[in-house]
Design a protein around this ligand. Sequence first.
Ligand SMILES: [Zn+2]
Length: 101
Amino acid sequence: MRKHIKDLAMQRVDILLDNALKNAREDMDLAQRQASIARRLCMKFNIRLPYEKRQLFCRGCKNFIVPGINARVRLKNKPRAIRITCLECGHVYRKGIDRKS
Ligand SMILES: [Zn+2]
C-alpha cells in the first residue's frame, strides 16, 4: 500500500514539474510555487528525481530554475562540460558530458 502512495506522489511530482515548466515563462511565481510543492512531495516520500528533473532545482538556493529564464546554460569544450548558472543566487553547477551516454 505504501508503495502505491509513493507511485501516486511520483505522478503528482511529474505533473507539477511539467506544469511549472510550462508556466515559467508567463508566471514565474506560480511555477516557483508548483515546483516547491513538488520538492516537498519528493522529500516527504523519499523520491529521487531523475537527472533532468533534478537539474531544475538550484543546488545553492533550492529555487526552481529554468534555462533561458532564471538560469544560464553554457557549454564548454575543454573539458567537455555543461555549466548551469543560477541567476537567483549565482550558484554555478558544472556537469561533465559523458560521451557514452
Ligand atoms: Zn540558486
